[in-house]
Design a protein around this ligand. Structure first.
Ligand SMILES: Nc1nc2c(c(=O)[nH]1)N[C@H]1C(S)=C(S)[C@@H](COP(=O)(O)OP(=O)(O)OC[C@H]3O[C@@H](n4cnc5c(=O)[nH]c(N)nc54)[C@H](O)[C@@H]3O)O[C@H]1N2
Ligand SMILES: Nc1nc2c(c(=O)[nH]1)N[C@H]1C(S)=C(S)[C@@H](COP(=O)(O)OP(=O)(O)OC[C@H]3O[C@@H](n4cnc5c(=O)[nH]c(N)nc54)[C@H](O)[C@@H]3O)O[C@H]1N2
Ligand SMILES: [Mo]
Length: 786
C-alpha cells in the first residue's frame, strides 16, 4: 500500500487471479490498494499492484528489434542479448510490418509454421483474456500450431482420462469434495505436496473472496486431522496443527506403494470395493507383494527410499483404514520425472481404502494448489469469448516448446501417438512468459534464436519480450472494462477501468481488429461488435444459458454493471467425487475401456513406454537425493510456486520486493546444509549445476528437510552478467526440460539437483527490472542502418 495520503483517492473495484480488491486512484495514478470489503481472507499479493502498474518496465510503444528492422526476418542467435536495442515505432508501422510478416509466413510455409500456443497466465477477465483474443485472431486468419496441456498438471490431464474416463477425469479437477464436506465427513487428510497457504491466494480467473484458508481452518476446528507429506514443514498453516512427514522429494510413489502393501498385508484393503469398482487391483497387489519384480514394497523398503520411518508409514496405513480418509496428491508431486506414478499410486491407495465415492473420502488432487479447489463448482459455466475453430491440426505438448524449435521435423511420443515437430518460422506469445516458465532457460534462448520472427504482446518488458523482434504494448486489467470469475466462484465481478492506458498501450481486441483488417478479415474477427458490445453479448448469452439451466432470473448487463457483481447461479458444493458410480457402477459406469477405475490400464501398457508402464510402479528419477547425479550435485532444489507473487507477474511490486535478499530471490537452506558450506542469512550465493548458475540470497530455515533447498520460481530472468546464467535467481536457469514420461510429456521443473557456494567479490547488479535500450526511428536514422 502507498504511503501517500489517500484522502482524495477514488476506489475502483477490480479482480485478478490474486483475488478481488480495490485500487485507489488519484488523477491518472494508482496510489494504493485495499482489500475488498466482502473478502474474509484477502491475498497480500494485491500489494504488488500499484508499483507494477506504473513501473519503468511497462512497455509504452510498439517496439521492433533493431536488427530485425534493419535486416528483416531470419534466425538470430543473439535474440535476447542484454545489450540489444529496440526501436520505437508508431502503431501503423508496427501493424503493417506484422501483417506483411504473417502473410509471408503463411504463403511460404503455411499456417502451421506459426506457433501460437502462447501458454500462460495473462490477465484474468472474461473478454480481455490474452490467449482467447490471440487464438480467435489467429483462427480468423488461417490458424496456428497449438500447445496442449498445462505446466500445472499435465499428468492429471493426460493420465486420468485413461484411469477414470471423461467426464470423471474432468470432475477430479473441477468437482472435488468441498471443504465443507471435508469438515463434515473426513477424519483424516493425507496430503502429498502439502496444503500450501500462499498457493490458495491464486485462482485462475480471479475469485470473489478468499474462501480456502478460512475453510481449512474450519475443517481443522471440526476435528479433521491432517498429515502433510512434504519436504517443507510450512506447507500447511499452523492452524491446522498438521503432522509433518518430511519426505525426500520425488519419492512419494515408494511411500504410497508401501501404504498399499500394509493394507494388503494386514488384510485392511477393501477387496469388495476393488472387485466391484476397479480393474487391475490384483496386478497392484502382486506388485507391492514383490511377486512381479521380486521387491516387496514394505515400509522398510520405502524408508530407504523416502527417509520416512517405516513404523510411521505402517501406522499411517492403519489410521487411514480406520476412518474416513481423503488422499490428496498435489500438483507439485507430478511436476517431476515419472510424475504419472505418484498420481496413479495415490488413486490405487484410495481405491484400496474403498472410500472413493463416499462423502469426504477417496482421492483428490489440488487442495492447496489453488484457492478454488474444493470451493464449489459452477456447472452453468461463465461468459465466454468464442475463439472459433483452428484449421491447423498440428500441436505439441506445451512442455516441448524448446524441443520443437530446436528440432523441426523431430519425432516424439505423446499419449500413445507418434508425432513430429512442425517447422515453426514465427513464434507469437501474448499473456505468457516462457522465460519465466520453461525449463533450462539458456537452452530456451538457443531455441528462440531459431525462428525467423518472434512476436510478443505484453504489458511489461519481461525476458520474453526482450527475446522478441516485434513487441506490442498491451493495456493492463486496470486500464480496460472487463468482468471476472473463476469456475466455482461465488460471483461474477465487474472490473471497471480505473486508469487510462500507459503510454500508447492498446487493448488486444483493438490490436487484433486492426491486424485482421490489414489481412482482409476484420468482419470475421469482430462479427461487427465493439469491445463493449462483445461484453454485453457475452454476458447476455451467459444470462440466457443460466435461465435455461437453472431458471435463474439474472439482472441484465446494465444492471449487473451498475451493481458491480452478480451471484453465480447453480453453484454446487460436492460431497464426493464419483458418487453416482459408487451408487450404481452398472447403470453409471465410468467411460474407461472396463467401465471401472483402471488400476491397470491395458491401453497404457499397450503404448509400451519404458517410463510409464500399465500400472503404478516406483521409478527412481535422476533429480533426486541419493541418485548417481546427486554425488556431484548434492542438494535437491525445490522450485515451487512463489509466495510473493503469481509466477513472474508484478515481481517489481512492493510485496514481492520485500521478500528479496540482496535484491535477489531468497534461497532457503537447512541449518546443517548452510553450516556445511559456511553460509549465513543474507549471504549471496551461486547456485549451480551442469546446466547453468544463478545468484540468490540465503535464508537459513529449519522448516526444510535436510538436503533440500527451496528457491521459488518467478524472479525475472536476468542473463546480463557474462559468467552467471541468471543474476536474479530464476530457478529455471538450472532445471531440466525432460518430460514426466512419454505418456503426458509434462513439466518436470519442480526438482533439480544443485550445489550452493558463496559468491566471492561484488555480485553483478540485477538488470532485469530495467527496460532495455530503446531508441527512436530518428535516432536510428541518424546513427545509420546496418
Ligand atoms: N521450475 C519450475 N517452473 C515452473 C513451475 C514450477 O513449479 N517449477 N510451475 C509452472 C506453472 S504450474 C506455470 S502455470 C507456469 C506459469 O508461467 P506463466 O503463466 O507464463 O507466468 P506468468 O508470469 O504468470 O506470465 C504471464 C505473463 O502475462 C503478462 N500479462 C499480464 N496481463 C496481461 C495482459 O493483459 N495482456 C498481455 N498481453 N499480457 C499480460 C505478464 O506480464 C506475464 O509476462 O510456470 C511453470 N514453471
Ligand atoms: N502465491 C502463488 N500461488 C500460486 C501460484 C503462484 O505463482 N503464486 N501459481 C499457481 C499455479 S499456476 C499452480 S499450477 C499452483 C501449483 O500448485 P502446487 O503444484 O501444489 O504448488 P507448489 O508450490 O509448486 O508445490 C507445493 C508444495 O509441494 C511440495 N513438494 C514439492 N515436491 C514434492 C515431492 O516430491 N513430494 C511431496 N510430497 N511434496 C513435494 C513443496 O514443498 C511445495 O511447497 O499454484 C498456484 N498458486
Ligand atoms: Mo500452473
Amino acid at each position: 500500500m502507498s504511503n501517500r495520503s489517500q484522502s482524495e483517492a477514488v476506489a475502483y473495484p477490480t479482480s485478478s487471479h490474486w483475488g478481488s480488491y480495490q485500487v485507489l486512484v488519484e488523477g491518472d495514478r494508482v496510489v494504493g490498494v485495499r482489500p475488498d470489503p466482502d473478502d474474509p481472507a484477502p491475498s497480500p499479493l494485491i500489494g504488488n499492484a500499484p508499483d507494477a502498474q506504473h513501473h519503468s518496465t511497462r512497455i509504452a510503444r510498439p517496439s521492433i528489434r533493431r536488427r530485425w528492422l534493419e535486416r528483416g526476418p531470419g534466425p538470430n542467435p543473439r535474440r535476447g542479448a542484454p545489450d540489444d536495442e529496440f526501436v520505437e515505432v508508431d502503431w501503423d508501422t508496427a501493424l503493417d510490418l506484422l501483417a506483411a510478416e504473417l502473410r509471408r509466413v503463411h504463403e511460404e510455409h503455411g499456417a502451421e509454421a506459426v506457433f501460437g500456443g502462447s501458454y500462460g497466465w495473462g490477465s484474468a477477465g472474461r473478454f480481455h483474456h490474452s490467449q482467447s483474443q490471440l487464438h480467435r485472431f489467429l483462427n480468423t486468419v488461417g490458424g496456428y500450431t497449438r500447445s496442449r496441456n498445462t505446466y500445472s498438471h499435465a499428468v492429471v490431464e493426460v493420465l486420468f482420462p485413461h484411469l477414470l474416463g471423461t467426464p470423471a477425469a474432468h470432475d477430479l479437477l473441477e468437482r472435488p469434495p468441498s471443504w465443507k464436506a471435508i469438515a463434515r465427513h473426513t477424519d483424516l487428510i493425507v496430503t502429498f505436496g502439502g496444503l500450501r497457504a500462499s498457493n490458495t491466494w491464486i485462482s485462475s480467473g480471479g475469485r470473489a473472496a478468499g474462501t480456502a484458508l478460512p475453510a481449512m481452518e474450519k475443517a481443522a476446528g471440526a476435528g479433521v486431522r491432517t498429515v502433510s507429506v512434504s519436504p517443507l514443514r510450512d506447507d500447511t498453516i499452523d492452524e491446522m496443527g498438521a503432522e509433518w512427514l518430511p519426505v525426500s522429494p520425488g519419492t512419494d510413489t515408494a511411500v504410497l506403494l508401501a501404504l498399499i502393501h500394509v493394507l494388503f498385508d494386514e488384510d485392511l484393503a477393501d477387496r469388495a470395493f476393488l472387485d466391484r469398482y476397479t480393474v487391475g487391483a490384483d496386478v497392484v497387489r502382486r506388485s507391492v507383494m514383490g511377486m512381479i519384480d521380486g521387491v516387496v514394497k514394505t515400509p522398510e523398503w520405502a524408508e530407504e527410499v523416502s527417509g520416512l520411518p517405516a513404523t510411521r508409514i505402517r501406522a499411517l496405513a492403519r489410521e487411514m483404514a480406520a476412518g474416513r480418509t481423503l488422499v490428496n496428491v498435489g500438483w507439485s508431486v507430478q511436476r517431476a520425472r515419472y510424475g504419472e506414478q505418484p498420481m496413479w499410486a495415490g488413486l490405487a491407495l484410495a481405491a484400496c481404502l474403498g472410500q472413493i465415492g463416499l462423502p469426504g473420502g477417496g482421492f483428490a488432487t489440488g487442495y492447496g494448489s489453488t484457492g478454488r479447489y474444493g470451493g464449489g463448482s459452477t456447472p452453468g459455466g461463465l461468459p465466454r469469448f468464442p475463439q472459433g475453430a483452428n484449421p491447423v491440426d498440428r500441436y505439441i505438448p506445451v512442455n516441448c516448446t524448446a524441443d520443437m524449435l530446436l528440432d523441426p521435423g523431430g519425432a516424439f511420443v505423446y499419449d500413445g501417438e507418434e508425432l513430429t515437430y512442425p517447422d515453426v518460422r514465427l513464434v507469437v506469445w501474448s499473456g505468457g512468459n516462457p522465460f519465466h516458465h520453461h525449463q533450462d532457460l539458456a537452452r530456451l534462448t538457443r531455441a528462440f534464436g531459431r525462428p525467423e520472427t518472434v512476436w510478443v504482446v505484453d504489458t511489461h518488458w519481461t525476458a520474453t519480450a526482450r527475446h522478441a523482434d516485434i513487441v506490442l504494448p498491451s493495456t493492463t486489467t486496470l486500464e480496460r472494462d472487463d468482468m471476472a470469475a473463476s469456475q466455482g466462484d461465488l460471483r461474477l465481478r465487474a472490473m471497471p477501468r480505473a486508469v487510462p492506458p500507459h503510454g500508447e498501450a492498446r487493448d488486444e481486441y483493438e490490436v487484433y481488429r486492426a491486424l485482421a483488417a490489414r489481412l482482409g478479415r476484420e468482419a470475421e474477427f469482430t462479427e461487427g461488435r465493439t469491445a463493449e458490445e462483445w461484453r454485453r453479448h457475452m454476458y447476455e448469452e451467459w444470462r440466457k444459458r443460466q435461465k435455461e439451466a437453472f431458471a435463474a432470473d439474472l439482472p441484465d448487463y446494465d444492471a449487473f454493471w451498475a451493481a458491480g457483481s452478480v451471484d453465480l447461479p447453480g453453484r454446487v458444493e460436492e460431497e464426493a467425487l464419483l458418487g453416482d458410480f459408487r451408487a450404481d457402477p452398472v447403470a453409471a459406469p465410468l467411460k474407461t475401456p472396463s467401465g471401472r477405475i483402471e488400476l491397470f490400464s491395458a491401453t497404457i501398457e499397450g503404448f509400451d513406454l519404458p517410463d510409464c508402464p500399465g500400472y503404478p510402479v516406483w521409478l527412481p528419477g535422476e533429480e533426486r537425493l541419493g541418485s548417481p547425479r546427486s554425488r556431484r550435485w548434492p542438494l535437491l532444489l525445490l522450485a515451487n510456486q512463489p509466495s510473493g507473487r503469481l509466477h513472474s507477474q508484478q515481481d517489481m511490486g512492493a510485496y514481492s520486493r520485500g521478500q528479496k535478499i540482496a535484491g535477489r530471490a531468497p534461497l532457503r537452506l537447512h541449518p546443517d546444509d548452510a553450516a556445511a558450506r559456511g553460509l549465513a542469512d543474507g549471504d549471496v550465493v551461486r547456485v549451480h549445476n551442469d546446466r547453468g548458475s544463478l545468484l540468490a540470497g540465503v535464508q537459513v530455515s529449519d522448516e526444510l528437510r535436510p538436503g533440500v533447498a527451496q528457491l521459488s520460481t518467478g524472479a525475472w530472468y536476468d542473463p546480463s552478467a557474462p559468467d552467471v546464467t541468471c543474476v536474479h535467481g530464476n530457478p529455471n536457469a538450472l532445471t531440466p526440460t525432460t518430460g514426466t514420461s512419454g505418456l503426458s510429456q509434462g513439466c518436470t521443473g519442480q526438482h533439480v539437483l544443485v550445489e550452493v557456494t558463496r559468491y566471492r567479490g561484488d555480485p553483478p547488479p540485477v538488470r532485469a527490472l530495467e527496460p532495455p535500450v530503446i531508441i527512436t526511428l530518428e535516432q536510428q536514422d541518424a546513427e545509420g542502418w546496418e
